[in-house]
Write a protein that binds this ligand. Sequence first.
Ligand code: PMP
Length: 424
Amino acid sequence: MVEAARSDARLSPVLTQATSVVAARGEGVHVYDEAGRRYLDFTAGIGVTSTGHCHPRVVEAARRQVATLVHGQYTTVLHRPLLRLTERLGEVLPEGVDRLFYVNSGSEAVEAALRLARHATGRQNAVVFQGSFHGRTMAAASLTTSGTKIRAGIGPLMPGVVVAPFPYAYRYGWTEPEAVRFALRELDYLFATVTSPRDTAAIFVEPVLGEGGYVPAPAEFLTGLRERADRYGVLLVVDEVQTGFGRTGRFWGHRHSGVRPDIVITAKGLASGFPLSAIAAPAELMDRAWPGSQGGTYGGNAVSCAAALATLDVIEEENLVDNAAQMGERLLKGLRRVADAHPVVGDVRGLGLMVGSEFTGPDGVPDTGTATRAQAAAADAGLLLLTCGPYGNVVRMIPPLIVTAEQVDAAVEIWTDAVARAAG
Ligand code: PMP
């Protein structure tokens, strides 16, 4: 039985685990436990191993870099992998948003974006959307409302954070246009009543609400945010930590809307599992960062940068962005068939290979129990999945972008039985 448990009692209980699997190795879309049992990994290390586990190109690039230079420390010496990566990222980032700064994790990059926004505008406040996840370090946690477990008991949190509603249509029982109209109207109301635009540095948004329940931001919503950002001189920061690097079937999640961001935050899929994150901004904005105000011992690590360069090659050569779009459609269709047969799955939604099934009771009340049982039944049958949402009642699928039609179909088959067993 693959159950949610800590597999070592000496590990701190802050570490909660979705399964008790101890992974011995990974290859492509699969991980293997120590007994040699194979699992279809539709978690991809929370959206990190987008090129699959141990892609040979990434492994080779990292191996070569390990033998050449592991650590240079970018405030001491620069190195070629970082310089080459900066050039390559400039080619895939939105036009003109091509000045970069590197750190190690999503949370640190969020902090870096906040510092840049405050330094560049001379303003303090940040608008975030209810249900968003931006990280666990103190400022990032202050921006995070995906669940109180991230915020509870650690206050006082950073002041100056204003939480606006996200257009989560299913939750409100509205159509998407209704939810967008509501969310934008409430945002305007907040600008009129709580945070003067003159005090507001930035709006932070995820193109798909991730940890908060896998809810895509409608294009009209992002367009509305851009309009307000332009009107008020507020920066639009897109947190692409989970949605970037092809995950949603476009290279960046915000590309579905066509809006121009002021700051892009990227991590996770960027380096196929090696720790690396970055923020990008146009030159006129990045030039307003205060020299020496940011940095970090490991930022822009040489092996991570080499892995990121190989990741970009693999995404391009193996057409992984298109594959994410196609496989995402196939997965969505399969999951919708399951939902049609089981009313306990109230909504199936997503963009590309970032797809969630939300479990609710007849009156729309979150059904965490059935979601958790379905997740456990899937793990028993060899399919690793994660939940998300403040109630843990959304089961998400976020496989590597290399996933094939056969693997998607195999996952849907396991999921069909798992939901039947859980709902049973
Ligand atoms: N932003 C988003 C959108 C995320 O999904 C995450 C991680 N789930 C983070 C920030 C924080 O990233 P990290 O865990 O690397 O600090």
